[in-house]
Design a protein around this ligand. Structure first.
Ligand code: PLP
Length: 232
């Protein structure tokens, strides 16, 4: 077994154990393999080991991999500039990082007609006021209202990248806030918002306890990120 398939295997066992400890069905927690900076070969190795969903942050790098592995499910999880929405709408199945009405509108308009609506999540700036990524919690409702009115995209839930901390209680507190916000918004829209994208290599155990349905894992699958000189 390659390192990558070994790590995937170990991670799946760890995720299953975390689900059982949390009283959750492991089938409800999806593993997104985050491949940014990793070579195409890393992605094809993970695919051969059975991994089906891949996350990418940088469009140009992502498109190389999408071309190589068009049958995988591709998730865009990076910051979105408006001039990138057309390629994202055409090449991805999911977007976790919608953070403005403008980007939501463009993704919907530019989603090709022959594809199902793009599944999107709203990125919430849940704990890190210093980073500009995501919308502030108090602005999520308005963006959710707008997003559900658009064709071509389908709102699935919320996503966040909390400020890093090694304190499990603090990790869990922030994930709980995101879950409660999602529940509040689903109630007000009278719709099911099934997904919560939260948890990375360092904090996925706590995210699973609070209801994560997508955990986004890079390092625990692929090892340390590659510097640009090593990329292939
Ligand atoms: C890089 C990245 C991840 C994966 O992080 P790891 O700590 O390597 O698991 C998850 N989500 C987003 C948005 C990322 O940019």
């Amino acid at each position: 077994m390659s390192n990558i398939s070994q790590r995937l295997h170990n991670l799946q066992a760890e995720v299953t154990a975390a689900c059982e400890a949390a009283g959750r069905d492991p089938a409800d927690v999806n593993l997104l393999a985050v491949a940014k900076t990793q070579p195409v070969s890393a992605v094809t190795t993970a695919w051969s080991a059975g991994q089906r969903h891949f996350g990418e942050n940088y469009l140009q790098e992502a498109l190389l991999k999408v071309n190589e592995l068009p049958d995988a499910d591709w998730h865009f999880i990076g910051a979105i500039q408006s001039n990138k929405t057309r390629d994202i709408a055409a090449n991805f199945d999911w977007v976790h990082t919608v953070a403005s009405a403008k980007v939501a509108r463009r993704l919907g308009e530019q989603r090709p007609d022959h594809l199902d609506p793009l599944k999107v999540m709203i990125q919430v700036n849940i704990s890190d006021e210093h980073s500009k990524a995501g919308v502030m919690p108090e602005a999520v409702q308005e963006l959710a209202n707008e997003t559900t009115r658009l064709e071509g995209i389908s709102l699935q839930g919320l996503m966040a990248i909390p400020a890093p901390t090694e304190d499990p209680a603090e990790q869990r507190r922030v994930f709980r806030e995101l879950r409660e916000l999602k529940e509040k918004i689903a109630d007000s829209l009278s719709m099911d918002l099934p997904h919560l994208s939260m948890g990375m290599t360092g904090d996925f155990h706590e995210a699973i306890k609070e209801g994560a349905t997508w955990i986004r894992i890079g390092t625990a699958i692929f090892g340390p990120r590659q510097t640009s000189g090593d990329r292939k």
